[in-house]
Design a protein around this ligand. Sequence first.
Ligand code: SF4
Length: 337
Amino acid sequence: MQNNENLFEVKDLVVEYHTRSGVVNAVDQVSFDLKKGEILGLVGESGCGKSTLGKAMMRMIAKPGKISSGELWINDVDLLKLSENEMRKRRGSEISMIFQDPMTSLNPVQRISDHLLETIHTHEPKEKKASALERTQALIERLGIQRQRIDEYPHQLSGGMRQRVMISLGLVLNANLIVADEATTSLDVIVEAKLVDQLKEIRDEFGISIILITHNIALVAQIADRVAVMYAGHIVEISPVMDLFDDAKHPYTRGLLQSVPTTILDEREELYKMPGEPPNLSNPPTGCRFHPRCPDVMPICSQEIPVLQETTEGRFVQCWLYQDHPNKEMSLDGKVS
Ligand code: SF4
């Protein structure tokens, strides 16, 4: 279960991509923390930077991208200060990541046992093969895969089983944090629901923290303790999950929730369609990046970027509606009212 101690802290993280049309800040000055044993849902439209943020936490940003500034603290160590060799040791042993398609991470010509034993051998070279094998068998059995299937190849397992193998690659080394990037997206709803339940059980049993990156806000309601909402490279709201669903503060979060059906049975339900499109990040709007689409826009919104500020205990919002500014009362024609 969750406790109040921080496991992971992201401070002022910036990830940039150098493209032909200029520098794109896919993650821009992002800060948040993650408690031990906490499940944090990271949500937003595609292209908002959530997957980039997940990869940055693993220091897995490929060129032409790079982490240009910030800090990534886990257990009193800033991962950005480590050499690539030291970082490689921590990937898997401390932080592990699972993706939408596990086949991109699993070697198709290696048995499941080979993947697990190789992981143990790389990080714990002194571990005897027999005890490593016993560990891996016990673990996959715990995750609902029969022991004997450890000798099968990835393509012989179902999609849900392959995701559980990916989870086991982190658990076998006692990782503290699993970053799951759209890990349930390609599964059918029944398998998805089972995997979500299992992630919760794993958190309870192993005390690990999980970041669930998803566009599926309903999934977050089922599993997460807190939610971070991303828009155009910024985190615009962080909140305990139930508070967010009861009373979303940021206009973007409100739009996101209104665009999700509350029932699959009522075809007459009218869903909100958010106006406009997410911005081009090589030339983002000035001020609040949501201002061209915001129903509550004020003159200050296009002039200055609000900060992510705590409005009530545990609730953080990046929006001028909740912050003071001398120009806030200015009317749209620029006159002070
Ligand atoms: Fe809307 Fe202004 Fe808040 Fe941005 S800062 S979300 S434009 S009210």
